[in-house]
Ligand binder design. Structure first.
Ligand code: TAP
Length: 446
């Protein structure tokens, strides 16, 4: 069995060394999950609901511990990490309402009875990326468990620690052995085994479009259902009639939150040409004031990037581009990267590809039609924001932009205030609508 070292990205120091599961361990976990699932699915719905509420209470009691662990492993600022841990409890409480509400349909037929039930798939394999290890895990395991499935969950190797702890807390809360297991290992082994294992009946994948495409192809070969949540290159669209001060204050949070390592990061900024220069003048102090530093400090808004190798990838996006201005970042150990604002042209790599770092590509537009054309000018369609004081324009543009969550007059972090965001994305970001529908359909057979 091989091992790997988990690193603290704010210092570059090792935290711990873990063993990688191989195929045999995955198969053993799936066998345990199959056994646990049968008993779980046969419980009264109210008993499953109670068990999930108990899990939520235990998570709530460990919010500070989970948050501290995420700060160490992922470099998330403590305020964000605390919110993420609390959110796991919220998601569990929300889906605790689902077991008693999985209501099928009665289909009118002549002279007979035609009804549908929501049956669990059995074992659901959940593959999680490193950027939001707790929340993305919870959006997968909470609805899956609520629907009567067992879960085997693979965290990213870079950030496995909070998932491992959540697996322990599930047992502490009284969830049966084998029902929710965290299997640590590489994507090419553990993740691929979820895809190929005949007793894993559904895969939930969140990660890059590239790997998601491979996972989807593997699931297609197995005729196995899969839910995909993939990459993004979302746009902030600022019209001349917007409250420009409010927009300039809001833009840094919408792209630099979690150091830009956010699928919904609004990493393109489209600004109407008549206010382009003025808006950049207003944005510069907001970017300079974005607080990058020690993630254990309550005032910090942005921590480090996740790894040295990811920092090199992000840095490569600045080669040969026109950097308008940058924020600041600490010197020294840790994978620090100062936020960057880049003047871009529509076809540039920086305007097309997902950076997944604190880099903002800015482009001017002329009118509504031009804004919609530019916003749609990438392969992705995950999220977006529209800044305007005109309700009609907000609605028209939001209908024209081919992406998921795209609120007019947005808060800095749209989409996450509810128990589980409805991304409703399209194109190379997410081929099918998920979000709240995930609760009733995503992890039960139709
Ligand atoms: P990926 O490199 O795609 O990895 C995601 C997960 O897949 C990791 O657990 C990884 O394992 C595993 N994996 C890697 N190769 C695999 C394979 N061949 N078969 C099965 N699983 C495999 O993404 P990432 O770098 O962790 O995350 C960043 C990406 O996720 C960005 O593109 C971001 O936009 C996207 N993302 C999307 C969303 C939504 S909701 N749309 C949310 C968050 C992130 P190991 O890395 O441990 O080997």
């Amino acid at each position: 069995m091989s091992t790997f070292t988990v690193i603290d990205p704010s210092t570059g120091s090792p935290i711990t060394t873990l063993e990688r599961a191989e195929i045999d361990q995955v198969d053993a976990a799936v066998a345990d999950a199959v056994r646990a699932q049968r008993a779980w699915a046969s419980l009264a719905p109210v008993a499953r609901a109670d068990a999930l509420r108990a899990f939520a209470r235990v998570v709530e009691a460990h919010v500070d511990e989970l948050a501290a662990l995420e700060v160490k492993n992922s470099g998330h600022p403590i305020g964000s990490a605390r919110w993420e841990a609390q959110h796991v409890a919220q998601v569990l409480n929300y889906y605790a309402g689902a077991p008693e509400r999985l209501i099928g349909s009665q289909i009118p037929v002549a002279g007979g009875l035609d009804v549908t039930y929501h049956e669990p798939y059995g074992v659901v394999g959940i593959i999680v990326p490193w950027n939001f290890p707790m929340t993305i895990a919870a959006w997968g395991f909470a609805p899956a468990l609520a629907a009567g499935n067992a879960v085997v969950l693979k965290p990213a190797e870079l950030t496995p620690l909070t998932a491992i702890r959540l697996g322990e807390l599930a047992l502490e809360a009284g969830l049966p052995e084998g029902l929710f297991q965290v299997v640590v290992g590489s994507g090419s082994v553990v993740g691929q085994r979820f895809v190929s294992h005949p007793d894993v009946h559904k895969v939930v994948f969140t990660g890059s479009t590239e790997v998601g495409t491979e996972v989807a192809a593997g699931c297609a070969r197995m005729l196995k259902p899969v839910t995909l949540e993939l990459g993004g290159k979302s746009a902030n669209i600022v019209f001349a009639d917007a409250d420009l001060e409010k927009a300039a204050a809001g833009v840094p949070g919408s792209v630099f939150d979690n150091a830009g390592q956010d699928c919904c990061a609004r990493s393109r900024l489209l600004v109407q040409r008549s206010v382009f220069d003025r808006f950049l003048e207003m944005l510069e102090p907001a970017v300079a004031g974005w607080k990058v530093g020690d993630p254990t400090s309550e005032n910090t808004q942005m921590g480090p990037l996740i790894s040295a190798s990811h920092r090199s990838t992000v840095q490569s996006f600045l080669d040969g581009v026109d950097v308008a201005f940058r924020g600041s970042a600490p010197e020294g150990d840790g994978f620090w990267f100062a936020p960057a604002v880049v003047l871009a042209q529509p076809g540039d790599r920086i305007a097309q590809d997902e950076v997944f770092g604190p880099v903002l590509a800015v482009l001017p537009f002329d009118d509504e039609a031009d804004a919609i054309r530019l916003a749609n000018d990438t392969a992705y369609g995950l999220a977006g924001s529209i800044w305007t004081e005109s309700l009609g324009r907000g609605i028209r543009v939001s209908r024209g932009v081919r992406s998921g969550a795209r609120p007019p007059d947005p808060p800095p972090r749209p989409a996450y205030d509810g128990p589980r965001p409805t991304f409703g994305s399209c194109r190379r970001s997410e081929p099918a609508i998920t979000g709240t529908r995930f609760s009733s359909k995503g992890t039960t057979a139709p």
